[in-house]
Write a protein that binds this ligand. Structure first.
Ligand code: NAD
Ligand code: 3PG
Length: 529
């Protein structure tokens, strides 16, 4: 029995490993203790990899796995060390486990906040390691009544806000991507003015690390802060510019900082460690037994489903989030792929552009449709290498322009999708709709009104509209023992007709050639869906 290989690149809870071991379709390789060069060799054969923040999914990693790997499961939240566009380009789906470590990170943030206010690690060290009993040295501050600024009010930031309210703090949130009520409903003030955050007594950051957030707090922002401000970072190294943070702590402008994450990890040589007004932890935000158990189990389940091709939960680079699209869209996406495939077979030449238009409610999903149409249109020329994740990249690499258009509602159909495929030889335009929500119907091919399901072996026979043609075509196909299952005819205003003939078996080139030699024939094409 063929097995799927899942390589676990970093340490995860044993329960996750057991889940992988117990599945008889999975061959699990535990590679967390391997050096990175050996890892690159092992992952070459993997269908799926499970990683944490210690494994960079960078160019080297992607080069090693491309062509074989289907998915990467980041056993945690942050994907800043995963080259998602690079993975997409190679058709690798990237998933994370977004909420299993939320509470662990929230509680570590509260730990840092309290530790900073009471200088707890230092008083502990004084007594425990230096055996000094000097109570007057350790006057701290209370959280009660202090103003807390929370940057990023998502899963972790919002819960830090709620817990801080229980400490009777005055909490204000800055997150331009949420509805203000997410904060105000839990008694937290909401601001879009970053200066409101800079004027707080304590500031904590909980955003992802990306181009917009890296260095979000630098020397200029620190200069605007209150003297004696306390800064917490349990999200990602680099959100606070480390040099500016160091200078601020050294000068005393920042009284204390609680830092779990660093620009470069492991951070054993980081200059921040030389300071004596900082609480540090070695990226422990997710390190609770509960969190690691849940993450490992979820990551293993996601990896198994992905390896078997069943589902891709929490995928970050699929063109659509399946959980968010309405049910009526799915059959359209499937049909879009078929129409793309049909059009490419009817118009066999290098593709120049693909244009997908939508009318009705489906118009809103025209970008997702375009991805599916592109997969269909390039299936013949790209084979197994094209999928929903890399379709846009493959099209771009081949110089194919993919366009979309949202058009006004059709007077006839509730929803209508039109695919225009232009090659350097010809243009094919096909419109299709859905009857009774799930019956796929092509209703127009290049201006010929038809009513045909995109399915099976299809001969598309265009002719001058003169008597006797249907009979000739029927006789010729019968002579080649090709049985007609369905025959649909469309006419245009120029006295031409298009027959879409669905046949029971494959049609050979000789038969197609003889069809094209019939007097009335203008063109013949053949497609298999
Ligand atoms: N230290 C750890 O071990 C640890 C553990 C878990 C998560 N994390 C990190 O914590 C961070 C937050 O995780 P989460 O689960 O809350 O994520 P989340 O996606 O639920 O929340 C992130 C929030 O940041 C907001 N945001 C994005 N850009 C912003 C900007 N420019 N300004 C203000 N807000 C912005 C988003 O709108 C979102 O609400 C991530 O970076 C994650 O990697 C660290
Ligand atoms: O983003 C995360 O989930 C945390 O930073 C945890 O990272 P880790 O899995 O490497 O501990």
């Amino acid at each position: 029995m063929e097995k799927y290989k899942i390589v676990v690149c970093d340490h995860i809870h044993e329960e996750g490993l057991n889940l992988l071991r117990r599945d008889d379709k999975i061959d699990m390789v535990f590679a967390a203790d391997m050096d990175k060069t050996a890892l690159l060799d092992v992952i070459k054969e993997a269908d799926v990899a499970i990683t944490r923040s210690s494994t960079d999914v960078d160019e080297k990693f992607i080069n090693a796995v491309k062509g074989k790997m289907k998915a990467i499961v980041r056993a945690g939240v942050g994907v800043d060390n995963v080259d998602i566009p690079g993975c997409s380009k190679e058709g690798i789906i990237v998933m994370n486990v977004p909420t299993a470590n939320t509470i662990a990170a929230v509680e570590l943030t509260m730990t840092h906040m309290l530790s900073c206010m009471r200088m707890f690690p230092y008083s502990h060290d004084h007594l425990k390691n230096q055996r000094i009993w000097k109570r007057e040295k350790w006057y701290g501050y209370e959280l009660k009544g202090k103003k807390l600024g929370v940057i990023g009010f998502g899963n972790i930031g919002s819960r830090v806000g709620i817990r801080s309210k229980a400490f009777e703090m005055d909490v204000i949130a800055y997150d331009p991507y949420i509805h203000p009520s997410k904060a105000t409903d839990v008694g937290v003030k909401y601001t879009t003015n970053f200066d409101d955050i800079l004027s707080c007594d304590i500031i904590t950051i909980h955003t992802p690390k990306n181009k917009e957030t890296v260095g979000m707090i630098g020397a200029d922002e620190i200069a605007k802060m209150k003297d004696g401000v306390v800064l917490i970072n349990c999200a990602r190294g680099g959100l606070y510019d480390e040099d500016a943070l160091y200078d601020g702590l050294k000068s005393g402008k920042i009284r204390f900082a609680g830092i779990d994450v660093f620009n470069k990890e492991p951070a054993i040589d980081n200059k921040l460690l030389d300071l004596d007004n900082i609480c540090v932890s070695p990226h422990l935000g997710a390190n609770t037994f509960e969190s690691q158990y849940n993450i490992a189990v979820e990551a293993a389940q996601q990896a198994i489903e992905a390896a078997k091709g069943i589902a891709y939960p929490h995928a970050l680079n699929l063109p659509i989030d399946e959980t968010k699209i309405p049910a009526f869209v799915k059959p359209f996406l499937e049909m879009g792929q078929k129409i793309g495939f049909l059009a490419s077979q009817m118009n066999k030449a290098p593709i120049v552009s693909i244009k997908v238009s939508g009318r009705g409610d489906i118009a809103e999903y025209v970008n997702s449709l375009a991805t599916f149409v592109t997969v269909g249109a390039l299936a013949d020329i790209s084979g197994d290498t094209i999928n929903y994740v890399n379709a846009d990249f493959v099209a771009k690499e081949r110089g194919i322009k993919v366009e979309t258009e949202e058009l006004p509602a059709s007077p006839v159909y509730k929803n209508l999708v039109t695919v225009k495929l232009t090659t350097d030889k010809d243009v094919i335009e096909i419109s299709a709709t859905m009857f009774n929500d799930d019956v796929q119907r092509i209703v127009d091919i290049n201006g010929f009104g038809v009513d045909v399901e995109p399915k099976g072996n299809m001969i598309l026979f265009k002719n001058t509209d003169v008597p006797g043609v249907i009979g000739q075509v029927g006789t010729l196909l019968a002579a080649h023992e090709v049985n007609i299952a369905d025959f649909r005819l469309g006419r245009n205003k120029s006295s031409e007709a298009l027959a879409v003939i669905i046949v029971d078996s494959a049609v050979n080139d000789k038969t197609l050639k003889e069809l094209s030699n019939l007097n009335a024939c203008i063109s013949v094409s053949y497609a298999r869906i």
